[in-house]
Design a protein around this ligand. Structure first.
Ligand code: CTP
Ligand code: CA
Ligand code: CA
Length: 619
């Protein structure tokens, strides 16, 4: 291992020194310890080859090799097909050569005139639009099963096919139930509630989970997992074991009832849970005991760690000319901070398996919905706009009505239309959305069509639109009085143009588009379509676009991957920022309202997230 010369003689803090914290009666009896809880257990559960699995369920296929296609590119490969060496990065032709009996399914698409997306024989990106709605619905079913099966756990949907589950609460309940003596502080306990718990009982790790080896020389492929675990048991190990039982039960239920196999990682925090979830895919779960953390982390190539990929990882690799986590452990915190800014503390901690982020259930209501399409064949005639508006309206209608199945009173305040050429400034129009009971494709398409006319109606000469999107913003649950207004407005005598708020204020709008205005930026999108070439971040509302160079190529798949990488890197940036915010009072000060007055410019440049910021794509 390389040890940088400047490191010599320095007194380095002990790495991995909190793997076996003292656990006392207070820790088992107190319930609000948050991330400081030494009995904290978090899992990440991810569906195996998710889009491919959805198609297998839809088609009733059980074990045939299958890939999902989006235009020419493979976007999902099931495990039977992976046995032939097929991956997402293969061209369809190569995949077919590797496995002639390969089943190929193109994702559903919308075409004009249909309210629902469908599976067609001849799909064409020039006329159709990809629909991920079926996968979103299946994803909701899986998520609902997590919630039903684990009513006491905190669950955070992390992406279309994965969720973090904080087992700390149900595990504490199970511990007290299974070992009731833990709730009785012995009369002779020397420090009362702060007395350490008695030694834990011996447990059987069972057969439902893999265990990450504790010793680096244990070859996990050939060594019996149990024998690679000979470190003294702790109460945290028992907590992991109890979580594993609960996780396993839900996973089996999901597989039996929905037909989706999942893989889970179970550890002390989110970062580690995610890291070990794919240890033995598919259909498996893995426990990472605290004692196994160093051995698991040290040989990892740090650039493969999600948070340390991208430019930051490259900068670290270049700075130190090393590749593994172990290589970076000798670098002191102060040095990371001097080189990469104060908030580089999160790099230092992630390398040691420390992650202070919480599992937080997200709001069940998405405030906005965006349907977007990048057009290979630009719209050049005003009359060609309505085709795409209907296609986008179909997607919006389906998604809003899906959301309304859970919350019937959801209502979008605004409909916005954006049209652009390339990925420069988009021209936009938005207007209050008419308040009707049924949000049909026709209602949305009519409102969108009107916006289109306002947007391009007075354009003289030719138009060239290569990006078009239609989106709802300000989606909220209306109250009962507004719903009764909705049914009133839906009555045949009324045209259905009034907004509930305007009605309340006694100022009904004369025209549903009276407030139409131009806006400069695209609306925030919780999910942009796969084939767009830019995306808007929900958190900071920044729009990131692919480089003009990449856009000028016809490599649609390459563009999709580049966009996915940009999204990842951007969300890593927010992660870095949020960790910095949680942990760094100094950083907060620098970022605070007085920074412009009190912090000299030069310092502003060097301190705080800006140090990290430069390693992430922002525009
Ligand atoms: N996906 C995509 N484009 C990407 C990454 C993922 O379209 N750049 C889709 C995939 O089609 C996938 C789903 O998102 O089915 C979930 O992605 P992921 O969990 O990364 O892969 P899986 O296909 O589920 O495979 P695995 O079993 O390895 O998790
Ligand atoms: Ca997956
Ligand atoms: Ca995933």
């Amino acid at each position: 291992m390389m040890i940088p010369t400047h490191q010599k003689g320095k007194n380095k803090a002990q790495d991995f020194d909190d793997l076996d914290p003292v656990i006392t009666y207070r820790h088992i009896l107190q319930t609000n310890l948050g991330i400081k809880d030494p009995l904290r257990v978090v899992a990440l559960c991810d569906s195996d080859a998710f889009y491919a699995a959805c198609e297998m369920v839809r088609l009733g296929v059980t074990d045939k090799p299958l890939v999902v296609l989006q235009w020419e590119g493979i976007i999902a490969v099931n495990y039977p097909a992976r046995k032939f060496g097929i991956s997402r990065f293969h061209k369809l032709k190569d995949a077919k050569e590797r496995c002639p009996e390969l089943m190929i399914v193109h994702v559903a698409t919308y075409k004009e005139g249909d309210a629902e997306p469908g599976y067609w024989d001849n799909v064409d990106s020039r006329t159709h639009k990809v629909s991920l709605d079926y996968y979103r619905r299946e994803s909701s079913k899986v998520f609902s099963m997590f919630k039903e099966g684990l009513p006491d756990a905190e669950i955070e949907k992390a992406s279309i096919d994965e969720a973090f589950i904080d087992f700390t609460k149900p595990v504490r309940q199970a511990l007290l139930q299974r070992y009731p003596y833990l709730s009785q502080i012995p009369a002779d306990a020397p420090n009362g509630v702060d007395t350490p718990l008695p030694p834990p009982p011996l447990i059987d790790w069972g057969t439902d989970s893999h265990l990450i080896p504790i010793y680096s020389n244990a070859d996990s492929e050939s060594t019996d997992e149990e024998t690679s675990q000979s470190a003294p048991l702790t109460w945290h190990d028992i907590a992991l074991r109890l979580a594993a039982e609960m996780m396993h039960k839900v996973r089996v239920d999901i597989a039996t009832q929905l037909g989706y196999t999942t893989s889970a990682g179970i550890a002390r925090n989110k970062f580690l849970a995610k890291l070990c979830a794919s240890y033995r895919k598919p259909y498996s779960q893995t426990i990472l005991r605290n004692q196994a953390i160093p051995c698991y982390l040290k040989p990892l190539e740090f650039q493969k760690i999600r948070f340390l990929g991208g430019k930051l990882g490259q900068a670290l690799a270049k700075e130190y000319d090393v590749s593994t986590v172990a290589d970076l452990l000798p670098v002191p915190l102060e040095e990371f901070q001097a080189k990469f800014g104060e908030s580089a503390i999160w790099v230092y901690e992630i390398l040691r398996g420390i992650d202070r982020s919480e599992v937080k259930e997200k709001s069940p209501v998405n405030k906005s919905m965006l349907a977007a399409k990048a057009l290979q064949k630009p719209i050049t005639k005003i009359d060609d706009g309505p085709h795409w508006i209907r296609v986008l309206a179909a997607e919006l209608s389906l998604r809003l009505n899906d959301a309304r199945k859970e919350r019937p009173n959801l209502w979008p305040k605004t409909l916005a239309l954006h049209a652009g050429h390339g990925y420069g400034t988009a021209r936009s129009k938005q207007a209050p959305f008419p308040f009707t009971k049924e949000v049909t494709v026709n209602v949305i398409a009519a409102a969108g069509g009107k916006l289109w006319k306002e947007l391009v109606g007075n354009v003289t000469g030719t138009i060239k639109v290569t990006y078009i999107s239609l989106g709802f913003t300000g989606i909220e649950a209306t109250d009962a009085s507004q719903q009764s207004i909705a049914s009133f407005l839906d009555s045949p005598a009324v045209t259905g143009v009034k907004r509930p708020n305007e009605e309340k204020n006694g100022k009904p709008s004369k025209s549903r588009h009276r407030n139409t205005q131009r806006v400069r930026s695209r609306p925030s999108s919780p999910s942009a379509d796969q084939n767009t070439t830019s995306f808007t971040c929900l958190e900071c509302h920044k729009t990131l676009s692919l480089s003009p160079k990449l856009l000028s190529t016809s490599d649609v798949l390459g563009q999709a991957y580049a966009l996915a990488a940009m999204k990842d890197e951007h969300s890593d940036f927010h992660f870095a920022e949020s960790v910095a915010r949680e942990m760094e009072p100094e950083v907060k000060e620098v970022r605070g309202p007085h920074k412009k007055v009190k912090t000299p410019k030069i310092q502003e440049k060097e301190i705080g997230p800006r140090g990290i910021e430069k390693f992430f794509n922002r525009t």
